[in-house]
Design a protein around this ligand. Structure first.
Ligand code: UDP
Length: 336
């Protein structure tokens, strides 16, 4: 049984990954102080994984505490999720983002050195491509400066890892560059928790369908795309979770590698809204508004490298993801 440290393992992608890891025979040691999650999600992860994981509540920015609580474990690898992730919020409180996301990463790397953990999987993002010149990005598409402090923490996270690898250390890293994870576990027990007004598209749609929001605003319909709305690569969160299991099995063949975690297919915001209405049978009132600053018109992944080298590709459809997102929203409402 392999012990894997999973920081932020009760968060949105982390919780789905913990379930996938247990299904594949790993024993996750989860570090999460639940600041952006809840005891209900923790209990649900327990239910979905027969409690075959260990949870420890500790702040990853507190290195001494982190080291103390993890010293009893023999850890083979780390999946590092714990980070703040709201683009909008990162403009308001940039220092919190740099402090948490970068100190957290450096502490976990320090821990790897101390405990001689050799394998590392980093939660990165397609935000590291900035505003790419190509619509479809490859892992070797040149990185560009991101638009937000959040994006910079991912960009700098990758840079810190690259610099860490300059030392002749037997350490292997995979950076998974997520596109747009959406949906929820098909059980409806875990999913994305939005605090306040959601920033992301799918939680906003499901809350509008549930009557919590009056209407969705689609940010811009004059982009150079077929229907004028932005194009993104939306991927089921369970597929993203599975990518981490594949990454853990693969890490070690090369010192430092990046993989795109998307479907390889672009979907417009308008198409997504219409697909949601079709699968849920509900009306989602929407209006067009101004463009949101920092949005790129179109970006989607090339996933050939992930397919051939990681042996992973997305299995679930957009319809499935939207059905699961709606199922999760309905369950959330029942429990409120
Ligand atoms: N979007 C929108 N209305 C919303 C939220 C998002 O039109 O209320 C659009 C946004 O402009 C972008 C796409 O949906 O083109 C995906 O945005 P999201 O924030 O979900 O993810 P991002 O691509 O920014 O990581």
């Amino acid at each position: 049984m392999k012990h894997v440290l999973v920081t932020g393992g009760i968060g949105y992608i982390g919780s789905h990954t913990v379930v996938s890891l247990v299904e594949q025979g790993f024993h996750p040691v989860v570090v999460d102080d639940l600041r952006n999650s809840s005891p209900t999600i923790l209990t649900a992860v327990g239910k979905l994984s027969n409690d075959l994981f260990t949870h420890i509540s500790v702040d990853i920015c507190d290195y001494k505490a982190l080291k103390r609580v993890l010293s009893p474990f023999s850890l083979d690898a780390v999946i590092h999720f714990a980070a703040y992730k709201s683009v909008r919020e990162s403009f308001d409180i940039p220092l919190h983002y740099y402090q948490n996301n970068l100190t957290g990463l450096m502490n976990v790397l320090e821990l790897c050195q101390t405990f001689k953990i050799r394998k590392f999987v980093f939660s990165s993002s397609c935000t590291v491509y900035g505003s790419p010149n190509e619509r479809q990005v490859f892992e070797n598409t040149p990185k560009q400066l991101p638009e937000s402090p959040y994006g910079f923490t991912k960009w700098m996270g990758e840079q810190i890892l690259a610099d860490f690898h300059r030392n002749p250390t037997p350490f292997q890293t995979i950076c998974l560059r997520y596109f747009n994870p959406i949906g929820a576990h098909p059980s409806g027990l875990i999913g994305e928790l939005s605090v306040g007004i959601p920033n992301n598209l799918v939680p906003y749609i499901t809350q509008t369908a549930a009557g919590i929001r009056k209407h969705l605003t689609i940010f811009g319909n004059n982009y150079p795309t077929p229907d004028g709305t932005c194009i993104r690569d939306f991927i089921h969160v369970c597929d993203v979770a599975d990518a981490h299991v594949s990454a853990l099995k693969h890490v070690g063949t090369k010192p430092l590698e990046a993989f795109n975690i998307g479907t390889g297919k672009g979907t417009s915001v308008l198409d997504l809204v219409q697909t949601f209405m079709a699968v849920s049978g509900l009306d989602v009132p929407y209006r067009y508004g101004e463009r949101r600053s920092g949005d790129v018109a179109e970006i989607f992944a090339n996933v050939e490298k992930s397919k051939h080298e990681l042996g992973w590709e997305a299995q679930r459809t957009l319809e499935q993801a939207l059905r699961d997102a709606w199922n999760w929203e309905q369950r959330l409402q029942q429990h409120d």
